[in-house]
Design a protein around this ligand. Structure first.
Ligand code: CAA
Length: 380
């Protein structure tokens, strides 16, 4: 067993770290406050290759492994989790999903632009009545000649208004339940596609989260991904990989909060000495560091499983379950270490604490991860 990163991995991690510090840190507080999408920064992420890291070079992707991707995700998330969710959705749900399950024509037409950031993607599974219970799709796509006619509503869609191409999961045959679900590539400009309300969120406020409405949208048959009825499996398999990205995001939020707390504890004085000299603070730092390291091992193991044909459904769910809890716990403690300053925006930790919560919710709540894990270990 070798815990060392390769030179290439270190290079990618450092490039992401530099980018986050130079391009994302300036303005991150203001973007959070104004709910402003980091459009310029996302464009640059595309130019630097951070939006299609794992996709095939044939379609302008980086051809990198999942380990490289989670290293970059961690660094971006330390500074700006709003930017990192844009990156995560585009990489692991949209590009990976299309690269793995799309056909040649779909990849040439759509993937080549998504990998470079020329176009941005969104993944649309959730509905008002189908969040955790993802098989209960109400959005329909009814076959009609060489098209499907799409009707319905999607909720809480990341990149909701910023995306150009949307992977939409819809019911094509209600009788067949989850076997009658399909996934489609839909373009924003198509008639009948309306962007709904923007959510005013607790955290990741720089990312734009919207509902979407479809009224008789004509979707060409060639935009269906995979065989008829493959849509639910497509969503599940893609989300299994996506969860590794969100686990890495949670890890980054935790590590970012910890690093700020560590630095602060070495300069802030109380009772005549730096607060790191007080055991109450030093022990908090020890706990934070240990849990982050444990989360990092789970995230890396899940990434390695995905790269080597292992069971990443299980390891990704475990990584997300654990890393998201660590993100929450560590961010709360980082605020505590900062005392009164922790409650103030300019110290960043209060934002990280708000951002952390979503990692326990999206791409499958912690309760859903426990369903996935328990079914796997009980062979159900
Ligand atoms: N890979 C392949 N197939 C899978 C699978 C996987 N990981 N998980 C399930 N399936 C298949 C099953 O084999 C089954 O197919 P067969 O009948 O052919 O065997 C089918 O899918 C249905 O599976 P279940 O019977 O297990 O379905 P269920 O109703 O019990 O639900 C669930 C399973 C795990 C709870 C699922 O509904 C789920 O993951 N829910 C959470 C949804 C979610 O994560 N939403 C996130 C929204 S996207 C998002 O947040 C993105 C963003 O913008 C940040």
């Amino acid at each position: 067993m070798d815990f060392k990163l390769t030179e290439e991995h270190i290079m990618i991690r450092d490039a992401a770290r530099d980018f986050a510090k130079s391009e994302l840190l300036p303005g991150v507080i203001e973007r959070d406050e104004k709910q402003e999408f980091p459009a310029t920064q996302v464009k640059k992420m595309g130019e630097l290759g951070f939006l299609g890291m794992m996709a095939s070079p044939e379609f302008n992707g980086g051809g990198m492994d999942t380990v490289a991707y989670v290293l970059a995700m961690e660094e971006i998330s330390k500074i700006d989790a709003s930017a990192s969710v844009v990156m995560s959705v585009n990489n692991s749900l949209v590009c990976w999903g299309l690269d793995t399950y799309g056909n040649q024509a779909q990849k040439e037409k759509y993937l080549t632009k998504l990998t470079t950031g020329e176009k941005l993607g969104a993944f649309c599974l959730s509905e008002p009545e189908a969040g955790s219970d993802a098989t209960s799709q109400k959005t329909t796509a009814i076959e009609n000649g060489d098209h499907y006619i799409l009707n319905g509503t999607k909720n809480w869609i990341t990149n909701g208004n910023s995306a150009d191409y949307y992977l939409i999961i819809a019911q094509t045959d209600r009788e067949k339940r989850h076997k009658g679900i399909n996934a489609f590539i839909v373009e924003k400009e198509w008639e009948g596609f309306d962007i709904g309300v923007k959510e005013n969120k607790l955290g990741i406020r720089g990312s734009d989260t919207h509902s979407l409405h479809f009224t008789d949208v004509k979707v060409p048959k060639e935009n269906r991904i995979g065989e008829d009825g493959f849509g639910f499996k497509f969503a599940m398999k893609t989300l299994a990989g996506g969860r590794i990205g969100i686990a890495a995001q949670a890890l980054g939020i935790a590590a970012g909060a910890y690093e700020l707390a560590l630095e602060y504890s070495k300069v802030r004085k109380a009772f005549g000495t730096e607060i790191s000299n007080h055991q109450a603070i030093a022990f908090k730092l020890a706990d934070m560091h240990t849990s982050i390291e444990a989360a990092r091992h789970l995230v890396m193991k899940a990434a390695w499983d995905k790269d080597t044909g292992g069971n990443f459904d299980l390891s990704g769910a475990m990584a997300k379950l654990y890393a998201s809890k660590v993100a929450m716990d560590v961010a709360v403690e980082a605020v505590q270490v900062h005392g009164g300053n922790g409650y103030v925006k300019e110290y960043h930790v209060e934002r990280l604490m708000r951002d952390a919560k979503i990692t326990e919710i999206y791409e499958g709540t912690s309760e859903i991860q426990k369903i996935v894990i328990s079914r796997s270990i009980l062979n159900k």
